[in-house]
Write a protein that binds this ligand. Structure first.
Ligand SMILES: [Zn+2]
Length: 279
């Protein structure tokens, strides 16, 4: 059976693909929002709080010390593999992901813009020096052995339940180069996506002839604006998402299904010949 989504993808040769949390839930990484687009748990730390408040930073890194173990162990699921297969066939102009887990690349996708950065890197806010998150992890465990043991308290969905823990004692390493403030190399809520990164995505959007949204409610403007630009250009948009999206009234096709299920046909096609790209 050929689904409407299958037809949509066949009909449009160059796809601009925007992916969100729903793409990674199948890899055990929890979604922030429920089907109505509301927060499932407490809203994440904002950029402003992280920069201004030391206690917020201690709490953030202490929780991250535990949560990172799970994120690092996550593997791509069939949704990631389906999109990698589609790119291999030369059908993807660009993947722009709101996820920070690097799982598209782990599945073999190459044309990926990490719109909100990467959780596996840490950046100094003063000198811009970047280090792998694993290095910081080792140093944080060395300095905070008691917190490292709290891993046992982590909830099954990977979000550490550390209520009642005193974070004041948590010792955060500073930048090894300039002693500046370290921050995960991800775009926090309340922080802007770097301008060049947004421009790269818009350049790709102009070259694409349709947009495919996979597992995002587009509740944050950083993703929604791409759907709006696509609609303004008169190009069709399809979305795979379990709940409503902010772009619902801009869509030509809405598929209310798990990402991996909706895209499964891309893995089922037997050994399609890859299309050579002209650039
Ligand atoms: Zn520094």
């Amino acid at each position: 059976m050929v689904t409407p989504l299958h037809e949509f993808i066949d009909r449009h040769e160059r796809l601009f693909v925007l992916t969100g949390a729903g793409c990674s839930t199948g890899s055990g990484i929890p979604d922030y929002r429920d089907a109505d687009g509301e927060w499932k748990r407490a809203q994440p730390v904002t950029f402003q709080d992280f920069v201004a408040d030391e206690h917020t930073r201690k709490r953030y890194w202490a929780r991250g010390l535990v949560g990172w173990q799970r994120l690092r162990a996550a593997q791509p699921n069939a949704a990631h593999r389906s999109l990698a297969a589609l790119e291999y066939r030369g059908r993807i102009e660009q993947i722009v992901t709101q996820n920070v887990d690097g799982l598209h690349q782990a599945a073999g996708s190459r044309a990926v813009i990490d719109l909100h950065g990467r959780a596996d890197a840490v950046r100094c806010m003063q000198c811009e020096h970047r280090t792998p998150r694993t290095e910081l992890q080792t140093e944080m465990i060395r300095r905070n052995p008691r917190f490292a043991e709290l891993d046992a308290l982590a909830a099954p969905d990977g979000d550490a339940d550390l209520d009642g823990v005193d974070f004041a004692a948590f010792d955060i390493p500073a930048c090894a180069v300039c002693s500046g403030l370290l921050k995960p190399d991800v775009v926090f809520f309340g922080e802007n996506v770097p301008r060049e990164r947004v421009q790269l995505a818009f350049n790709a959007l102009e070259c694409a002839d349709a947009m495919l949204i996979v597992g995002s409610s587009l509740m944050v403007l950083s993703g929604y604006r791409f759907a709006r630009a696509m609609a303004e250009a008169g190009k069709p948009i399809a979305a795979v998402n379990l709940g409503k999206t902010r772009a619902d009234d801009l869509l030509s096709l809405k598929v209310t299904q798990h990402c991996a299920d909706a895209l499964a046909f891309l893995l089922a096609d037997a050994n399609p010949a890859p299309v050579r790209r002209s650039h």
